[in-house]
Design a protein around this ligand. Structure first.
Ligand code: 16G
Ligand code: ZN
Length: 543
């Protein structure tokens, strides 16, 4: 079939005069959309091969460039487990995408098939779930992916317009529902996802204490992206008592707005201001990014009308607190009934997590704090090691993972156990999911009767500053200790240390971006001015 594929690529993607070797960034390939046809087709072939290798369990392919501008696009690949693509296959994807000539491609694929022992005779059973976001370029790229998958003899399951986490969920659920003796996979579609979220959210809301006073409406900024499609489907499935709990704005079909422009989670978090289109009476804002795998919340300070941002660090502080409480109840019950089991809650953070949040987390019962590199693939790997593993980046990527062995030990004997099982159905177990996270937080706020202001007062983040430095070669900078220290060039870390020493409570680091050709500087200090000047001082050493 390599010949069939080769012909298809020539016809569909044309000859690429400016063949650029794209890098697989932290979360996938991303580039201006016109550079992507060949990249998407090759990734599609790879995911079909991965499915063949994996005993014909389905894999996934998502066409999206997340929070980036409308003119960009990208591709994310999903393992049969629903998690991010395995690191070895990332390297393969980069090498495949870099091949120029048809015969080089064919040779490369042949060596992959041999090296990875891919059972090509399983091609007819293999299948790839395919989804795309609302970008103008997405349907055409998805069409090319379809043809590429079919050209190697595998099947395509078209999920159409879906959020990235929806696709991850469907891949995972399809494979867990399909048993080896079944003739065909039990395909999970976006409707099943929405149904499961709506039902677990409704049950959990009914188990929680009734809301104090009138229910506050959450205004959900969908960044003019695909999150709006999923949010509308979800709202349509909620029972009457929850109708109106979420008001969706910045829809994908809105003629006045552009995807991710002055709206969405990335904009709200970085600019610290309300998105365009936010209604005047918005007292509880939720912002998703363009493919709805990120969420941040915000409200207005009633005194000075400033924006109070509740980011990923605030999410983990609230959730670790909450799950630590639930585990305490379960632990007491187990002790009283003579059952002993030790439980660990792991909170995985990155170098960007605010120092003040970490201090709070370390004081909680059952909770351990672990570190990972920036990027979901690193965080989820660490989180999977715990009974309850939660990871969040301050930018709003995150989820709570419940281990199979913990869930197996939960019965309906205690209300806390019933809740925990329901949470494992509400929270996306494959990947961080802005919409599922929004529902989770709503339930927890209601169950604990904590308001946004009380939550915001749980700790005071240390003032921090992010800076971007353009350099000739970002890869000249190498780091260790989860990006917290620079190892190369050798002169740099002593300069960073000297700068930090001048500021009380100072903390700072330098790392090459995994997604752009820049170096990032982060600084934390006791005041905003100090954080700014510490970051500037370090940036001057980098540039
Ligand atoms: C990617 C990551 C995100 C991370 C960001 C860092 C995924 C799905 N996405 O967008 O988690 O925060 O990269 O970007 O893993 P940077 O390396 O440019 O700072
Ligand atoms: Zn995203």
């Amino acid at each position: 079939w390599m010949h069939v594929y080769g012909e298809l690529e020539k016809q569909s993607a044309g000859i690429d005069e400016h063949h650029v070797a794209l890098r697989y960034g932290t979360g996938g390939f991303r580039a201006p959309a016109h550079l992507l046809p060949r990249v998407v087709m090759r990734c599609a072939v790879l995911m079909a091969l991965r499915s063949m290798q994996d005993g014909a369990r389905v894999t996934g392919l998502m066409i999206t460039a997340s929070h980036n501008p409308e003119c960009d696009n990208g591709v994310k690949m999903v393992e049969s487990s629903g998690h991010m693509l395995d690191g070895r296959w990332e390297v393969s994807a980069e090498a495949f995408v870099a091949c120029r000539e048809e015969h080089a491609c064919a040779k490369w694929v042949q060596s992959l098939i041999e090296g990875e022992r891919i059972q090509v005779y399983r091609a007819r059973d293999a299948a790839v779930l395919l989804g795309f976001d609302t970008r103008r370029s997405s349907p055409d790229l998805a069409f090319l992916a379809e043809r590429a998958i079919e050209s190697v003899g595998a099947k395509v399951v078209r999920l159409g317009l879906v959020t990235t986490p929806q696709l991850h969920f469907c891949v995972r659920r399809t494979n867990t529902s399909t048993k080896p003796w079944m003739a065909a996979p039990v395909i999970c579609r976006s409707d099943d996802y929405v149904g499961e979220l709506a039902s677990s959210f409704t049950q959990l809301t009914r188990l929680s204490a009734p809301a104090r006073g009138p229910r506050v409406q959450v205004h959900v900024d969908c960044a003019h992206g695909v999150g709006a499609v999923a949010m509308r489907a979800l709202c349509a499935k909620l029972p009457d008592e929850l109708a109106g709990a979420f008001v969706v704005f910045n829809h994908e079909s809105d003629p006045h707005g552009v995807l991710n422009e002055r709206c969405g989670a990335d904009y709200v978090q970085k600019q610290r201001c309300f998105p365009d289109g936010a209604p005047q009476n918005c007292s509880h804002l939720a912002s998703l990014d363009g493919d709805a795998d990120r969420l941040v919340l915000a409200f207005k300070d009633p005194q000075n009308m400033d924006l109070c941002l509740l980011d990923g660090d605030f999410f983990v502080v609230l959730l670790a607190h909450y799950f630590s409480g639930l585990m305490k109840e379960i632990d007491l019950y187990w002790s009283a009934t003579g059952q002993r089991r030790s439980i660990g809650i792991g909170v995985v953070q990155t170098a960007y997590s605010n120092g003040a949040a970490k201090e709070i987390l370390m004081k909680l019962d059952f909770v351990q704090v672990a570190m990972a590199h920036t990027g979901v693939k690193y965080l989820e790997k660490e989180a999977l090691k715990f009974d309850i593993g939660m990871y969040w980046e301050p930018n709003g990527h995150g989820t709570v993972l419940f281990s199979e062995s913990l869930l197996a030990s939960m019965s309906d004997a205690h209300p806390a156990m019933e809740r925990l099982r329901l949470y494992s159905r509400l929270v996306n177990q494959a990947v961080g999911d802005g919409i599922a996270d929004l529902l989770l937080i709503q339930v927890v706020l209601q169950d604990t009767q904590i308001g946004l202001h009380d939550w915001y007062a749980m700790y005071t983040p240390r003032p921090s500053k992010n800076l971007v430095v353009k350099v000739k070669d970002k890869n000249a900078i190498e780091t260790c200790d989860f990006d917290r220290r620079v190892t190369r060039p050798e002169r740099l870390q002593p300069c960073v240390d000297q700068a930090i020493a001048k500021y009380p409570n100072g903390r700072a680091f330098v790392r090459p971006s995994g997604t752009e050709d820049v170096v990032r500087v982060y600084a934390e200090a006791h005041s905003w001015e100090s954080a700014n000047s510490l970051a500037e001082e370090i940036a001057a050493h980098v540039g």
